[in-house]
Design a protein around this ligand. Structure first.
Ligand code: IDP
Ligand code: MG
Length: 137
């Protein structure tokens, strides 16, 4: 089942020089393809739409501060079961709980600064792709 998902390399990943490492892990998965890619700075209104489910939670404000603290890399990845697959590649939200071999497990220690976002379902992927790449369709 070929799918598309939205990935964000968060500001910590860019600042720490891990863009190539993270992109390389995605590219090496057989048959997956990066079909759009851009470095951007995200503003609060886009982040509020992206993280709508978390508005009002205690971690929301610091999350928005962090996500707008520097450039990110946003990309669309296409391929077989790529939505589930990228969540596996990323690992669980808490990098200390994430296993070795996952991006969060290998490089992170702080829950907020966990290097990567990947859409969590087909519905989220569709919504997030429209939000970040309205022209990709
Ligand atoms: P996910 O990115 O694994 O889907 P979500 O629960 O959707 O995780 O949370 C979105 C982002 O908010 C996380 O990736 C992380 O950066 C941040 N976050 C989530 N829970 C916490 C928390 O308890 N403390 C600090 N930051 C959090
Ligand atoms: Mg999430």
């Amino acid at each position: 089942m070929s799918q598309r998902t939205l990935v964000i390399i968060k500001p910590d990943g860019v600042r720490r020089g891990l863009v190539g490492e993270i992109l390389g892990r995605i590219e090496r998965k057989a048959g997956w393809r990066i079909s759009a890619l851009e470095m951007r700075e995200l503003d609060r209104s886009l982040l509020e739409q992206h993280y709508g489910e978390h508005v009002g939670k205690p971690f929301y404000e610091p999350l928005v501060e962090f996500m707008s603290s520097g450039p990110v890399v946003v990309l669309v990845v296409e391929g077989e079961r790529v939505i589930e697959g990228l969540r596996t590649l990323a690992g669980p939200t808490d990098p200390i709980a994430a296993g070795p071999g996952s991006i969060r497990g290998d490089f992170g220690t702080i829950v907020r600064e966990n290097l990567i976002h990947a859409s969590d379902s087909e519905e989220s992927a569709e919504r997030e792709l429209k939000l970040f790449f309205p022209t990709v369709g």
